[in-house]
Design a binder for this molecule. Structure first.
Ligand code: C2O
Ligand code: CU
Ligand code: CU
Length: 508
């Protein structure tokens, strides 16, 4: 089917040397004091940080080679086990020459190292918290037991460490990720740089012959002096979109590919609050996977891919059979907007492919990727309604983001589920903006969407852990929970999560 020389190594990122842009050094000298303390850690009141873009650094170098994500070293000595270490702490970056930026990084790199796991692995990951504040590491999409899942209920204090240990369930495969999940300060820790990719490879991989590239998308806002900008009121309300979209830590980097060649890409939306609407004109794109791994079969001829915050996809791109440059574009997406500061609706290139070299033969996708069996009839149901409330408080405008009329309270359990029971969740969004809804500890099926009296079924058979619920829409999900324990569910616009759009479910 294909004739290809190297490029086969699992996870190999090809296309040139590691780029500049995310060289980080251990922080050994003092940086000027940042205003993190006043960034409102845990506060529901964003104060009056209504900054204009005038004090932002709006030009960043582009066009370096796509950086390769460093891989987390596996120190286990037996097959089927992964042991590793992640230390979170401040590190220095230089996005713009001569303007040092303090970022918060795992193992001194942001995005954090890529963790490559295999289906069914035994995992032990030791987290060292070298930040000056409480944190956790949450394993987004992996079904780790509740007390190993880095929930806000299990904080790791500054200077402390702990080991997260879990065994992966068979069939829990796909592009997952990790990020902090402390109570009230998740948004800040993520936009400061703490997030990384995980991939769990299936035992049987029908696309093993294709070269693989991880595209980990984050958003960055810098002040004129190079510091990461604190959240503004606009960010607090709508979720931080960032001024710059970075792929593997670089702005509009370049990847060389051969004409006619096919390649698989895992794309992660690891931004706090930016919707990505991705298009790659003239190239042939097949959707092969979503948050929870492969679909039952590929869906060809995708003209665009929309990724709400925290969503992931895997696609196979077959490139044009002639040389030239083509860019992956982020197109405007109307997710609704609260208050002033709505970003200009403009398309921007976020990654450029330099198509050149010898013509390759395209890969013929198999028609079947994975068995996805029906879940069975649901025996329980839940209805969740998302809400927003705004008001004035002595310190400025205050906001609350709610589920079923209530803001998150760690001392209140909102729902109960039973292990193994198939449940239907109807998630309603009567607000004026879209909200990406996420549940911990499991993967779900999207059954249908209803909006303005029209109902549509899911266009493919696959697993997800995060789904966009557009304004005015109701999304119906079906899911089992696999393990006992206390789980959370929330909007994955991290500012909304921090401000209360989250709840707890006891799985018994
Ligand atoms: Cu990506 Cu509750 O998390
Ligand atoms: Cu999660
Ligand atoms: Cu939200």
């Amino acid at each position: 089917m294909i004739s290809r020389r190297s490029l086969i190594a699992s996870g190999a990122l090809v296309g040139g040397s590691v780029a500049t842009g995310l060289f980080l050094r251990r922080r050994h000298q003092m940086l000027p004091e940042t205003d993190h303390a006043q960034m409102g850690a845990g506060s529901r009141h964003a104060g009056h940080m209504m900054r204009s873009n005038g004090d932002r650094l709006l030009a960043l170098p582009e066009g370096a080679s796509l950086p390769e994500l460093p891989r987390l070293k596996n120190t286990a000595t037996v097959v089927g086990r992964f042991e590793g270490r992640l230390a979170a702490g401040p590190a220095n970056a230089e996005f713009v020459r001569g303007k040092p930026t303090e970022v918060w990084a795992y193992n001194d790199t942001s995005p954090g190292p890529l963790i490559e796991l295999n289906e069914g692995d035994d995992v032990a990951l030791t987290f060292e918290n070298k930040l000056a504040q409480t944190s956790t590491i949450h394993w987004h999409g992996l079904d780790a037991p509740a007390d190993q899942d880095g929930n806000p209920m299990n904080p790791v204090a500054a200077g402390m460490s702990r080991t997260y240990a879990f065994r992966l369930r068979a069939d829990n495969t796909g592009p997952f990720w990790y990020h902090p999940h402390p109570h009230g300060t998740t948004a800040q820790q993520v936009y400061m740089g703490l997030a990384g990719a995980v991939v769990v490879m299936p035992k049987f991989d029908p696309l093993a012959a294709l070269p693989q590239t991880t595209l980990f998308v984050t958003a960055l806002s810098l002040l004129q002096d190079g510091r990461i900008a604190p959240n503004t009121m606009i960010d607090q309300m709508n979720g931080r979109e960032g001024d710059h979209i970075l792929v593997n830590g670089a702005k509009n980097p370049v990847l060389s590919v051969q004409p006619g060649s096919s390649r698989r890409f895992r794309i992660y939306n690891a931004t706090n609050g930016r919707y990505l609407r991705l298009a790659l004109p003239q190239q042939s794109i097949a959707l092969v996977g979503t948050d929870g791994g492969y679909l039952s079969q590929p869906v060809s001829n995708q003209s665009e891919i929309i990724l709400a915050p925290a969503e992931r996809v895997e696609i196979v791109v077959t490139f044009q059979p002639y040389a030239g440059r083509v860019s992956l574009q982020d197109l405007p997406y109307d997710r609704g907007w609260m208050g002033p500061g709505k970003p200009a609706a403009e398309a921007r290139p976020i990654l450029t492919f330099d198509v050149r070299g010898a013509l390759e033969e395209a890969f013929a996708l198999p028609s079947h990727l994975r068995d996805i069996t029906p879940l069975g009839d649901p025996t329980a149901s839940k209805t969740l309604t998302l809400g927003e409330k705004m008001g004035m408080s002595p310190s400025g405008m205050s906001m609350e983001f709610l589920i079923n009329g209530r803001a998150f309270d760690m001392n209140r359990v909102d729902l109960t589920s039973r292990v193994g029971e198939i449940e239907v969740w109807d998630v309603n969004n009567p607000t004026d903006t879209d909200h990406p809804f996420h549940i911990h500890g499991t993967q779900f099926r999207v059954l249908k969407r209803s909006r303005n009296a029209t109902t549509s079924k899911a266009p493919f058979l696959g697993w997800k852990d995060t789904v966009n619920v557009a304004r005015g829409e109701t999304v119906r999900l079906a899911l089992p929970q696999h393990l006992r324990g206390r789980r959370i569910y929330h909007c994955h616009i991290l500012e909304h999560e921090d401000q209360g759009m989250m709840g707890q479910v006891d799985v018994v």
